[in-house]
Design a binder for this molecule. Structure first.
Ligand SMILES: Nc1ncnc2c1ncn2[C@@H]1O[C@H](COP(=O)(O)OP(=O)(O)OP(=O)(O)O)[C@@H](O)[C@H]1O
Length: 272
């Protein structure tokens, strides 16, 4: 059963469809700390959805629930109109949800190409034996994996550094490689945890463009946590605002910008 919301076309011509992910009354506790308190919001097919709010508000925890790393004590996660049972992260990934991390999590000693290839692990089905013997299925899979990876490398304009060990790259490019690895999984829903953190203006502009292009050209639905309000307001279709584990705002960038609770808790104060 799909949630019935009217599909619509954005001003820049993208189609926003049904609810893909629906978080219902989520509560998450760490011992005595209630990191998330009875929060509900949804993410629609084709949307760029931002999660913002002060430090410690519960944003990363929410991303960890979506990706299966944390299990909420209360509430439901619905994906494609079906309630998702507790599920390990690799199974969530198989459903088409990929993510990047706040602190880059790449293999520093490995090349860019090999790091991006690790994004295909979930698509590798041929057994150990056929892989070792290089039999038909394993070979076909390898060819297909390489094609996807090459497409992503072209798309994110990182051909020139494909053989460079990731440890030698500047920060902004490492972030781009992380995005490449997530995209190599061909996700339907891409979760980005502070994709612009620590970037200079030019790197932020590049990353913004890539996020928009991924959404536009691959139709990938995107949920991102970001502190740079200029970026958030420019990129997002809708924004949810979390403060001390509670939802204090939810709507279009304009609605959120003019929400007094959001101004008081977040927008009115200095933040990076
Ligand atoms: N694994 C954990 N164990 C215990 N407490 C945790 C854990 N992860 C998060 N918390 C607590 O949950 C609350 C929400 O943290 P979370 O990292 O989700 O917030 P955030 O909004 O992502 O913050 P930031 O913007 O600083 O990344 C905080 O009080 C944090 O200390």
């Amino acid at each position: 059963m799909k949630d019935s919301v009217e599909p619509y076309v954005t001003d820049d011509g993208r189609l926003i469809g049904d609810v893909m992910l629906d978080l219902r009354n989520i509560t998450l506790r760490f011992g005595g700390v209630e990191a998330i308190k009875d929060i509900s919001f949804d993410i629609r097919e084709g949307e760029i959805r931002a999660i913002i709010g002060p430090n410690g508000g519960g944003k990363s925890s929410m991303l960890n629930i979506i990706s299966g790393f944390y299990k909420p004590q209360e509430g439901e996660v619905w994906f494609d109109g079906v309630e998702r049972p507790p599920m390990r992260p690799y199974k969530v990934a198989r459903q088409g949800i990929a993510r990047t991390f706040q602190n880059i999590a790449l293999f520093e000693g490995m090349s860019v190409l090999d790091n991006v290839m690790t994004g295909r692990l979930n698509h590798m089905k041929a057994g150990m034996f056929s892989q070792a013997m290089w039999l038909g299925k394993a070979e076909r899979e390898e060819v297909e994996n390489r094609e996807v990876v090459e497409r992503v490398i072209d798309f994110l304009e990182i051909q020139k550094i494909r053989k460079t060990p990731v440890g030698r790259l500047p920060y902004g490019l490492k972030k781009r490689v992380e995005l490449a690895r997530a995209l190599a999984a061909e996700p339907r829903l891409l979760l980005l945890d502070e994709p612009m953190a620590g970037m200079n203006v030019e790197e932020k502009e590049d990353m913004s463009r890539f996020i928009l292009d991924v959404n536009d050209e691959f139709g990938t639905t995107i949920a991102l946590i970001e502190h740079d309000m200029g970026v958030v307001m420019d990129l997002s279709d809708r924004v949810v605002v979390m403060d001390y584990g509670r939802k204090i705002g939810d709507g279009t960038p304009d609605e959120v910008r003019n929400n007094q609770d959001v101004i008081d808790a977040y927008l009115g104060v200095a933040h990076d």
